[in-house]
Design a protein. Sequence first.
Lengths: 295, 599
Amino acid sequence: MNQFTQLRTGACYLAAVLVVLSVVSLAIKGLNLGLDFTGGQLVEFSTSARVDQAMMQKSLTNLDISDATITASADAQRWTLRMQDTPDQNLDLDILSQQLGVDVQALDSVYIGSQVGADMLEQGGLALLVAAIAIMLYLSVRFEWRQAIGALTALIHDVLIVLGLFAWFELPFDLTVMAAILAIIGYSLNDSIVVGDRIRELLQAKHPLPINQSINLAVKSTFTRTLITSGTTLATITSIYLLAGKPLEGFSLALLVGVIAGTVSSISLSATLPSMLGLDAEYYFRKDKLTGLEE
Amino acid sequence: MKKTINKWHFVVICITTIILALSALPTFYGKHPVVSMQGASVDTELPSISSIKASLKDSQFDVATIRITDNKMFIQPSSNNADIAQLREHLSQDFGKPFAIHIDEVEASPRWLQAMGFNAIKLGLDLNGGVLFELHVDLPSAINERMQGMEEELRLVFQQERIRGLNAEFDADMHINVSYRNDVAYNKLKVILKTKFPDLNIIKETPNSVRLAWGASKLADFEQALMQQSVSIMRNRIESLGITEAAISRQGKQDIRIELPGIKDPQQAAKIIGSTATLDVFSLAKNGLNANVLTNKQGQAIAVNKKPVFSGHNIQNATAGTDEYGIPMVNLVLDSQGGDKMSRFSKANIGQAMVTVLSEYQQDIEGKLKKHSEVINVATIQAQLGNRFSITNMPSAHAAQELAMLIRAGSLNAPVSIIEQRTIDSSLGEENVHSGFAALVLGLAITLTFMALWYRKLGLIANASLVINLLCLLGLMAWLPGVVLTLPGIAGLVLTIGMAVDTNVLVFERIKQQAQQNRSPAAAIESGYQRALTTILDANITTMICAVILFSMGNGPVKGFAITLSLGLITSMFSGVFVAKFLSRLFPADSLVCQKEAL
């Protein structure tokens, strides 16, 4: 038993280290905000034949397009051009086609005014805040405060790790990634709640075991469920990552990392933290005596 | 413990599943693009099928079916890739004016399904291809323009009533400052305000001036009316493009969101929708005071009086025509207010010139909207005019038609700018559909296999409930109005699989534990479902909270994800608990649960 407790506590400290690393990477590199949040123009087009990157760059400069980033796919036939929201810059694909001597076909083009982008960022932040508050309220109703804090800490840990990862590798952070983060919050909570429910059940028993033993037992008995659920969810997310193509790459990556982090944190953080803060069966006993029968 | 197979449960499950499955079915059939033709007025007869065939005989279009329902004709090309816009052009040229010819879509599902009212799921832009515009209506500009108009009206009243000592000035912050020289002037001002300008309130008073502004509720009414007008003008413009499947909605206080699926020429759409042309008619200025100098196409300068005789919003209809000499002209019909103004003006100015000016708002270097005005016609007033008159001597028939269309498209009272624009090629959209569904199928396959292997018979029950779950989810999405499937939405479907499995797993693990505690298999199953319920509810409610928050702040594609997630939670509760429980009771308990199962 002791070994497992040590494992859990060790995992807690590891989680703390990861969180610090994530915060540092966010502070140093910042998030690579996507078009949804910065505003600007994004044009995706395909060329009928391979075009050399230097040649493409030159043609773009000839078209008076500066201050833009152009990236190519592996076969140099699909291109993505991203520019700031300046009123004069406009990519005329017909002229580009003439300059390059190949057929150019428009695939996708997005223009977002910079005000819209700033608004969206604000809304996103607000949404996360509201979600955090709503969840805090819900948790304090269902669990006693130590367990609630444990679950919330696990949540923050998961979100920070995903953000840290995106910041470190400079992966684009757009609206779908934000959607993924909200989904991760849901998942992480699920896991923490399942374990928390079981801990509560054990502590409410007639002759509860000492706290660490209760927690270990709770984790072990929910382990199969956690593994299977995370496993199937990861399998489905991996299918999205592999097959659904570029638009959902950031989304599925965020979910992958988030679900793994969520599973680990539900076992380590949200299970162990309450005991560190002094969780005891006494709380549930007291409640029993005060309110009569607890459900 | 007695096993009860509740007949009512069976009935409810069957009916729900069958209805939702039928609702989901049309989605799998897909849609065909078609051109629809309808008489512009009720008694216009549709052309015969043979005439349509004849018209298309030598063209590139191979017609698969021509169907007529309810006096509306649908012409469907054989290939789904045919350029539907071209087909529409071709038919418009051959059959033209008496008919309203639009681009439309019909479902490929069998007639009996459609007759029951079941339609395919609406696809979002990222799956359908098309264009999205978000427009920002510059309300402050419109209000300022109105204020400016009021300042001039005030001056006019001061002049007419011969009041000395009052001076009205408009400042660009939606205020009018009136300075007065003495008490007499002040009192007269107050009377005028009360009787002729009841909407203006005094918001600040200093010893020799007052500041006037519109009251808050009047302002709100005005803004509301402007927005509604802008939305309906946009609707008209989109109809003139021949699109029927557009989605127009208001976003927040000042924005309008327009989605045009299936458009092949986004540039043209942008031009028409973003057009901010307004038409005004002025009288020629006799002297330099109160005059604006505008130029016409040839660059000549023409001085006009500042205040227009009437404005674009007084024009009810405009059609192109020719006069008795065959010279192109534009016939205008004004509303009653415009008719009055025109009548008074023309009576007093026979033999004088009338200047028609077209103005457009364009973005300058700093991104601000500036008004560019151009004189398009100078005509002489021959006689007193009422609410019907013409702009004669148009340079060409084409110019007349273009002007008529521009006027009909509606002049905007508030400048509109495009703040967001997304174009997705329909081939990319198709690609997204395919890759999305490939992911769905793979995820489903992995899950079904795993559950069958790990939980054996119980696993098969879980699989059955999962399939029912997905069918119900698709059916629900097809049935609810306003629900649109996007690529993140498909991702949401895939995630739903994972969550639905969670529900089943929670139950099954409980059942195993109950069996371990030596309860009979039947009892284990019943109590398994019962005990797992609170945890299932907890888990689903928290995810639901996140989905609802996401729904409120997301835009198109992300909203699709939030909707799929929320609906998926509901259906997985239904199928994972209700349906699975029912199915579990159908089979003998021992075949599902082995008492010797150890963790």
